[in-house]
Design a protein around this ligand. Structure first.
Ligand code: UDP
Length: 195
């Protein structure tokens, strides 16, 4: 069956477990992939922002994050097995990372938030390798240095919280330079983790 599309944005009708399997293939593949989490806000944004719409439709995986998106897709007759929130997918991926030694880089949010989110991940997922962090309030002039920092850390997973649509655009623009297998926009997840 075809993957659903909501207001012109394709959604992958996967369960959380299927999404995780795909992320693990990406890590094995060693090639860069863009992952997005679709909620109503993002789909509405993409109506007015052609670049964002193109980026989302070019993403390797776009999970049904929002209840509104799941509802809209089902209303149009598509099969969507479950809602997969970016927060839950991120936590499950961090857990897998601690079990399998995946290297994780966290970019975004305020300096104290990203540090607290790192400490929380280390408490929740013992043994996890957070190989670098950087806050999300940087200028264009800092970008090259941050990209170098990420490349030198050789992560398997890059979680980026710069807000929608900045995080998706930043990742899309830098995907080939970064060469990180799993590049995912995580919105407010670091703030939730820092609680
Ligand atoms: N953020 C950032 N740099 C920016 C703008 C936002 O690091 O230039 C962070 C913000 O601190 C928060 C995350 O991006 O941790 C998500 O922001 P917000 O909740 O505004 O965006 P949403 O994804 O909910 O639209």
């Amino acid at each position: 069956t075809a993957d659903p599309s909501v207001l012109g944005i394709k959604i992958h009708a996967v369960t959380k477990e299927e999404a995780l399997e795909r992320l693990e293939w990406y890590i094995k593949s060693r090639t860069p992939h863009l992952i997005a989490t679709a909620n109503a806000e993002m789909v509405m944004f993409a109506q007015k922002d052609r670049d964002l719409a193109d980026i989302l439709n070019a993403a390797d995986l776009i999970v049904p994050d929002g209840a509104g998106v799941v509802w809209a897709a089902r209303h149009r007759g598509f099969h969507v097995p479950e809602r997969v929130t970016g927060y839950d997918l991120t936590q499950s991926l961090l857990h897998k990372a601690s079990l399998h030694g995946y290297r994780v880089f966290m970019l975004g949010a305020a300096p104290e938030v990203i540090l607290a989110a790192k400490h929380k991940a280390e408490r929740l997922y013992p043994g996890i390798q957070i190989v670098g962090i950087h806050h999300g309030f940087f200028s264009a002039a800092d970008e090259g240095r941050i990209i170098d920092q990420i490349c030198n850390a050789v992560p398997d997973v890059l979680l980026v919280a710069l807000g929608v649509p900045k995080q998706e655009k930043w990742l899309y623009r830098n995907l080939q330079k970064l060469q990180v297998p799993v590049c995912m926009g995580v919105g407010g997840s670091f703030d939730v983790m820092a609680g």
